[in-house]
Design a protein around this ligand. Structure first.
Ligand SMILES: O=P(O)(O)O[C@@H]1C[C@H](O)[C@@H](CO)O1
Length: 312
């Protein structure tokens, strides 16, 4: 059995795959994405304005939606499949703080075998559905020595390490219907929303737990070596993860307003003497412990963004 869109069977396990299925340079065309959008429009009686991508262990953000409709990725034409624990694999539509919203309960990572353009396919789907504001969340390791487990870092910028080697979600032919060939990236994270996020964090009692910093993404799936972490610190990264950067690039390319935050789920081990090791279970546990506050935070900030009319 073969499928066109990924290298996994419907239960998420890897199937024997011809390598060209995953590595193929064949991109989603605009027309193919419209097929996916048409399918979703038939299922959902409203157009979402807000999109949210849930990081590892943060899928419960979808529970904040009112009048929700959940559609598993396995039922959506041309959609990749989730294969990682803590990433359920469904789109949830509903209302959050009165705003029509779509939540990705589960994202796609490069280490799952998906090329970056495939990891980012849902962002273009959201754009075509009408999403103008994208909230991206992730679990990340804290590199900045001031960060503690459970803290939140508002992403003010990123370092696209994979892009240094030319691995970029926009690599390949450019369709101007999505955006320009050479998009700027110096204002990738909306400054007004970060300002507002700080204010909201104080209002809900998270004030001493929030930071503003630089995120970087490696391909994973292994956590980093001590030497690699030392290098990332020198480069100016405050947190490291395995997602988000390519999503932010794709969202900016198609002119979405972007806000992203990292939940610091572990402090990076930057000394050889330390015997502690990071692990995915711990990452998910920290997400669960923070879910209540994060739900409140996301709902409130969205309410205030639209009250103030913040847009790029
Ligand atoms: O999807 P995110 O970036 O939140 O997931 C992080 C990075 C790896 O996928 C995983 C490691 O525990 O969590």
């Amino acid at each position: 059995m073969t499928t066109k869109t990924n290298g996994y069977q419907s239960n998420g396990t890897a199937k024997v795959t011809r390598s060209e299925e995953i590595d193929s340079g064949e991109r989603y065309t605009y027309e193919l994405l419209v097929e996916t959008v048409e399918y979703l429009k038939k299922k959902v009686p409203f157009a979402p304005q807000v999109g949210i991508i849930c990081g590892s262990g943060l899928g419960s953000l979808a529970e904040t939606l009112v009048n929700s409709i959940e559609i598993p990725y396995t039922e959506i034409p041309h959609f990749p499949r989730s294969t990682v624990k803590g990433h359920a694999g469904s789109l949830v539509f509903g209302y959050l703080s009165g705003l029509p919203t779509v939540v990705m309960k589960g994202r796609f990572h490069y280490y799952e075998g998906y090329p970056l353009w495939k990891c980012c396919m849902p962002i273009r789907i959201m754009k075509l559905l009408g999403v103008s504001h994208l909230f991206i969340t992730n679990a990340a390791g804290g590199l900045n020595p001031k960060y503690r487990v459970g803290d939140i870092m508002f992403v003010k910028d990123h370092i696209n390490i994979m892009g240094f080697a030319g691995n970029n979600p926009l690599q390949g032919p450019n369709d101007e219907r999505f955006g320009p060939r050479f998009p700027p990236m110096n204002q990738a994270y909306n400054r007004d929303i970060i300002k507002l996020a700080k204010k909201v964090a104080h209002e809900i009692g998270l004030g001493d737990k929030v930071h503003e910093g630089v995120y970087t993404c490696l391909g994973g799936p292994n956590f980093e070596t001590v030497a690699e972490l030392g290098m990332l610190k020198m480069l100016g990264a405050d947190a490291v993860g395995m997602s988000t950067v390519h999503e932010v690039i794709t969202a900016n390319h198609c002119d979405m307003t972007v806000f992203a935050f990292s939940l610091i789920t572990n402090e990076c081990v930057v000394q050889y003497e330390t015997t502690q090791e990071p692990n995915h279970e711990e990452v998910i546990d920290v997400g669960k412990k923070r879910e209540g506050l994060l739900k409140k935070f996301v709902s409130e900030i969205l309410r205030q963004i639209f009250e103030k009319g913040i847009h790029n």
